[in-house]
Design a protein around this ligand. Structure first.
Ligand code: FES
Length: 132
């Protein structure tokens, strides 16, 4: 028969294990900030795809208007292939022809049904920093 002290001790051990596993899971998904490119890399109305150092995620940076920077997960929402970039504020996926708005990420044409996933972007000096 389990004593009251043994029961409480086992319960505490179990809770600690759950707490540690929860902490590990949240740490694995914690957002990080990456320096993706320089502001001069992106002309007004255009966008380019980068893979920041230390990340396996492709990031699309656009400058839809002068001094306005946007960042998205570059993977097309149709079949998860990186888009080609943006020209004249239109994001193009060359795989099957989907199009997205370079400022909002909204789908405008093609087989993709959902918008690109937006990321938080900040400018520090001439560096474009993205958090995801
Ligand atoms: S993967 Fe982009 S349109 Fe199909």
């Amino acid at each position: 028969m389990l004593s009251r002290r043994g029961l409480l001790s086992g319960l505490a051990t179990g809770l600690a294990a759950i707490g540690l596993s929860t902490l590990g899971a949240s740490a694995a998904h914690a957002a990080k900030t990456y320096t993706v490119c320089k502001t001069t890399d992106i002309k007004i109305g255009s966008g380019k795809v980068f893979r920041p150092s230390g990340s396996s995620t492709y990031v699309l940076i656009t400058q839809p208007r002068k001094g306005v920077w946007k960042a998205f997960n570059a993977n097309c929402t149709h079949e998860n292939v990186p888009v080609a970039g943006a020209v004249n504020n239109v994001v193009v996926c060359n795989q099957h022809g989907a199009r997205f708005n370079a400022e909002t990420g909204a789908r405008t044409a093609g087989p993709a049904r959902r918008a690109l996933t937006a990321y938080k972007v900040a400018i520090s000096g001439t560096s474009v920093k993205v958090t995801f």
